[in-house]
Design a protein around this ligand. Sequence first.
Ligand code: PBG
Length: 326
Amino acid sequence: MADFPQMRLRRLRRTNALRALVRENRVEVGDLIYPMFIVEGKGIEEKITSMPGIFRHSPDRLPLEIEEIARLKIPAVLLFGIPENKDETGSRAYHPEGVVQQAIRVIRKSVPELIVITDVCLCEYTSHGHCGIVSNEQVDNDRTLPLLAKIALSHVEAGADIVAPSDMMDGRVKIIREALDEKGFQHIAILSYAAKYASAFYGPFREAAESTPQFGDRRGYQMDPPNVREALREVKQDIAEGADIIMVKPALAYLDVIRQVRTAFNYPLAAYNVSGEYAMVKAAAQRGWLDERQVVPEILTAIKRAGADIILTYHAKEFARWLQIE
Ligand code: PBG
């Protein structure tokens, strides 16, 4: 083995071109999914205080936004709905005229080739803010499953390309797969939030989506942050039930989980760079404490280096814009 002074690792760091030649990981715009909040109503474009640069749009306000996303060559969006009225069973989640169903149709019309992914969960639609049916202050797993299947089916009937269950109920991938197949939607993929942790990094999202639980927390269904072997079991289970793409969420405090899942499974792997991770960068950048044009690519590259193929990120638009300017 060569030793110093024969071996000098700095030789390949000397110029931009040399660094690019030996670069091991690259983030492309084509790897990104842009999450969006859709609010029921007309003419609405509201700022989300804790997520600077991110808005809630009503379906009629989507075309301009969607055309911009397409111009930036971002391949996919993930839709979250915020209904006008919530109830115990989240019935607006599976209504054919629900806010996400309307949004899907608008997007399909304005940019047909954009990949439309929908978040399948009840928490934005239930009056209590939990991700399932509540009985005796507990989320009832098995009574929730048929509703999740109904939501997924209604999204697909409206034109979704991929459904993404995020509720963490046991058995939901299986029941969604069966419901889709039964109606002839064998060609529609499932992106499962397989290893989703009970994380405080979802804080800004809950403001954005008005989905904070009214009592208790989500630790009875989302994963306990210290566990990684359990994440591998979750992923294995979701693959067995028919998931096509698996996800780890959040991303930054869970890069080791991403790496372990990548090593153990040959499936397309997504990681969710969540709202709190976005908010931290924005807050520091606004104070001039961090240079976001450098920090954001560094963060996204770290997620790829950990092993993710796909990154869900609120930074997608600005990242794509920076690449176009460069
Ligand atoms: C819905 C859902 C949440 C997120 C995605 N889907 C919130 C939660 O589970 O409390 C979080 C996304 C983010 O923080 O950016 N269950």
